[in-house]
Design a protein around this ligand. Structure first.
Ligand SMILES: *Cc1c(COP(=O)(O)O)cnc(C)c1O
Length: 424
């Protein structure tokens, strides 16, 4: 039987050699200081389980910032090699690497870099590949935080930005310039669930030697694997579906190419956006139920979208499952499901939309998404409050648009809440 024994021998115990194992033929290997040292020293140098036999089924939280080595070369290696030994947790940590390896596996990536937030993932994916004054092509209507980062990059470093529609490879072709560094897309966009034509867009980028970067947050690796469709870099706000429980802020970047991965790792280490082991552990824990959550929430969203489309107070429903969604065909061929995010337009504009949200009892009025509980919000007055009328129109957002992050509750309870709120 495997046991972990934490040594607590007293001063009267016979001395053992430094770095030797604790007593007893069937005691578990535990490294401890010699009994000859003073209590003050022994209190600092706590016993540590060494070579754990028997694999932990759940990934342990390696809550340590630093790793000691008997072999000095291994310590050197740990500081420069993203696949090497562990030395300092900003560079590499076993819990964080377990998360990176798991997500890389889901997206068929050569490597992944975990970050402390989705914005950290976006900055890592782009920052490592931009140069001052360079050009970037960006899908119009992207996550608000990304718009903010891009406007900061363009003001600070003179990055020039051209916007194109995510399903228009012809627009991308026309937008490319000799110094275009990257194309930035979102698999499913916020809040009107526009679906990007990843195979066509990435093919144009690749033909011109331009890196394609895809924010896959809304789809998750369960519904879409952008690297398989030709993207070079994919990223997630793990705060959303990967974590799945509204309790951790984190991100992950995955790479199709080893050199891009190494550059991304160096950038994340240098800018200090690598995550804490506990945050990484929460995401790992969430990942284990990702398929169950995505399936249940997608089924709920598809059913709610159909019922909302038939409700007299609703003018338009935005969900890729709807036959009149602009990219319904593309979503059917490119995604393994239509996803849990949906939005709908209430007739009567902002006052009507806010009144509906105010009457909800089960769905909570909150930003963010991707948790097990359903949330509702009004984009025009929250996530997109800085947009002027023209920008709102081009993003497809009406004054009466309500966004729903569908959770995994019973769909009848969700519909009862929504229909009561719509009926007033
Ligand atoms: C939330 C979100 C982000 C930002 O992630 P944080 O974890 O909040 O930093 C980026 N992209 C999309 C699509 C998001 O929904």
């Amino acid at each position: 039987m495997t046991r972990v024994t934490i040594d607590n021998a007293g001063p009267e115990d016979p001395p053992i050699a430094d770095e030797q194992l604790a007593a007893g033929p069937d005691a578990y290997p535990v490294r401890r200081s010699t009994a000859r040292r003073s209590l003050a020293t022994r209190a600092v140098h706590t016993a540590v389980p060494t070579d754990v036999q028997g694999r932990p089924v759940s990934v342990p939280i390696y809550q340590t910032t630093v790793f000691a080595h008997d072999d000095p070369d291994l310590l050197t290696d740990s500081l420069d090699n993203p696949r090497g030994a562990f030395g300092y947790s900003r560079m590499a940590n076993p819990t964080v690497r377990a998360l990176e390896t798991s997500v890389a596996g889901l997206e068929n990536a050569v490597g992944a870099v975990a970050t402390s937030s989705g914005m950290g993932a976006i900055h890592t994916a782009l920052g490592a590949n931009l140069a001052a004054g360079g050009h970037l092509v960006v899908q119009s209507s992207i996550y608000g935080g990304t718009t903010g980062l891009l406007s900061d990059l363009s003001q600070r470093w003179g990055i020039r930005i051209t916007q194109v529609s995510g399903d228009r490879p012809d627009q991308l072709e026309a937008a490319l310039q000799p110094d275009t560094r990257a194309v930035y897309l979102e698999t499913i966009s916020n809040p009107v669930t526009a679906v990007a034509d990843l195979p066509a867009m990435c093919a144009v980028a690749s033909r011109h030697g331009v890196i394609s970067v895809v924010d896959n947050t809304f789809a998750s690796p369960l519904l879409c694997r952008p690297l398989d469709l030709g993207a070079d870099i994919c990223l997630h706000s793990a705060t959303k579906y990967l974590g799945g429980h509204s309790d951790v802020t984190a991100g992950v970047v995955t790479y199709a190419d080893g050199a891009l991965f190494e550059a991304g790792w160096k950038f994340a280490v240098a800018t200090g956006v690598t995550p804490d082991p506990f945050g990484a552990w929460l995401v790992i824990r969430g990942l284990q139920t990702l398929p169950l959550r995505i399936r249940a929430a997608t089924d709920n969203a598809t059913e709610l979208a159909a019922r909302l489309a038939a409700h007299p107070a609703v003018s338009t429903v935005h969900h890729p499952s709807r036959p009149n969604h602009p990219q319904h065909q593309l979503a059917t061929s490119m995604l393994d499901g239509y996803g849990p995010m949906l939005s709908f337009d209430v007739s009567g504009g902002k006052p009507a939309a806010q009144a509906v949200i105010g009457r909800l009892r089960l769905l909570q009025n909150a930003t963010s998404l991707g948790g097990v509980e359903s949330l509702a919000m009004h984009p025009a007055s929250t996530s997109h409050r800085h947009y002027d009328a023209a920008a709102l129109r081009s993003a497809g957002i009406a004054d009466g648009t309500v966004r729903i992050s569908t959770g995994v509750e019973d769909v009848e309870d969700l519909w009862a809440d929504l229909s009561d709120a719509l009926d007033g």
